[in-house]
Design a protein around this ligand. Structure first.
Ligand SMILES: [Zn+2]
Length: 132
């Protein structure tokens, strides 16, 4: 790994329009995948991410399937966003409400999930980047 390489340098495939974008333009969101019957990580470009996230939100809001709700909790955990109520095993209906809030935060960009760990910034670099 080259420490000078910025995440923006990576090229990312959008699963919506099937084109390639710079990582800085790509959003990492949960999206339901019927072959695994749960939410998986998907990359979407600026044009595609809101409609996809709305589909995810609508689906998550209407499900009562505990495994499906848990898979959304796992998505966030996998990306380093820890929800205590999910981890300690609160009822699915409680976790579901929190997850919907997390989806809203993704949408408002109150949180933004980054791709992969290989280019994850250390604290010093992220602090420096925030000043830019
Ligand atoms: Zn796209």
């Amino acid at each position: 790994m080259d420490p000078d390489e910025k995440p923006e340098d990576r090229q990312v495939f959008c699963s919506g329009c099937q084109q390639i974008f710079s990582e800085s333009l790509v959003h990492v969101i949960p999206y339901f995948n019927s072959s695994v019957n749960g939410y998986v990580t998907t990359y979407r470009c600026e044009q595609c991410w809101i409609p996809a996230l709305e589909e995810t939100r609508a689906r998550l809001a209407s499900t009562q399937d505990e495994a499906e709700i848990a898979s959304a909790g796992t998505f966030f955990q996998r990306h380093g966003v820890h929800i205590h109520e999910f981890m300690r095993g609160d009822p699915a209906s409680v976790v579901q409400k929190i997850l919907l809030r997390m989806i809203d935060l993704l949408r408002s960009e109150g949180i933004r999930i980054s791709i992969g760990r290989d280019h994850e910034l250390d604290e010093k670099s992220s602090a420096a980047l925030k000043k830019l």
